[in-house]
Design a protein around this ligand. Sequence first.
Ligand SMILES: [Zn+2]
Ligand SMILES: [Zn+2]
Length: 352
Amino acid sequence: MNRRLPIYFLIDVSESMVGEPIQQVEEGLSTIIQALKTDPHALETVYVSIIVFAGQPKTLVPLQEIVSFYPPRFPVGSGTSLSKGLGHLMYELRSNIVKTTYEQKGDWKPIVFLFTDGVPTDDTNSAITEWKQNWAKTANMVAISFGDETDTKILGQLTENVLHFKNTNVESYKEFFKWVTDSIKTSSVSVENNSSEFELAKIDGDVITKIDPTNPLPNDQQYVDDNFVVLSGKCQNTKRPYLMKYSKSIAPSIYAGVELTSKKYRLVGAYQVDNSYFELADEANTNFKINTEELIGSPTCPCCGNQVAFAMCGCGKIHCIGEESVSTCPWCGNQGTYGYGEGGFDVNRTQG
Ligand SMILES: [Zn+2]
Ligand SMILES: [Zn+2]
């Protein structure tokens, strides 16, 4: 058997990834595999595994050769537990990596691509310490922050390869995944030429940039991702869960001649998700609140098309309502009628 080059994708599938990002990642991974299938070098040496994490981690694809690789569908879950994601990655590495011994040549140094778009919602210290002690020298990690506000300081503790990916449009995703593909190809050649090091493809343009993680960033130790507000609801008709995603927009306003900035969140979209959403959610009870006055835009139900996706039952959960005179809450079973209230009210938001 050839020496394998194991490639691990450790991918954040927290709620802020819902919509375009997760769809682009899903397509991107599929194009990477397609491209590697036509590369004889990669075909011989590269093995790929995909691990996702939200509040919980999960192996989507166990380490396998490219030929038999079938691109998976990506789930979305609640929370961003980087520590559980890392813990699960290290477990997979321990179980799968073939060590070099007197009798056999083991695997090449594994390469881990970590994609994350947010701030961990849990304490990462012990997982990072374990990574540094046991894996930092025996695996190569490339940490890529999607969008603007990842906690790059935490990523910088894991690896010196911290990159920023400006995921503004479909073209940028194409460019990004091409770069990942090229990096895997060049690495599959370079491991054989200079034994242990990997080689990232050249970066040009401004879609991907290397960042200096020692640069201080505002780091509020608040375990909630502030760039997006994601609210979860359940469809009254289909009983399926859905997510409503809002992104931060700072709106300046003038009050008595003084400029004030008020934080508002604008609707990005509403998305139906699988029941695996609950499986990947953090079991810890979350109690983050947002007032509806901070939210701009109200979606229709992405599951059944009901006009209002944003009705809140007395149980505190959100569901859709249509033209029925009596609504039944799909969470608690309570029945009731809805009027349209004035002013804002507090709703539970997810951790992101
Ligand atoms: Zn519905
Ligand atoms: Zn209810």
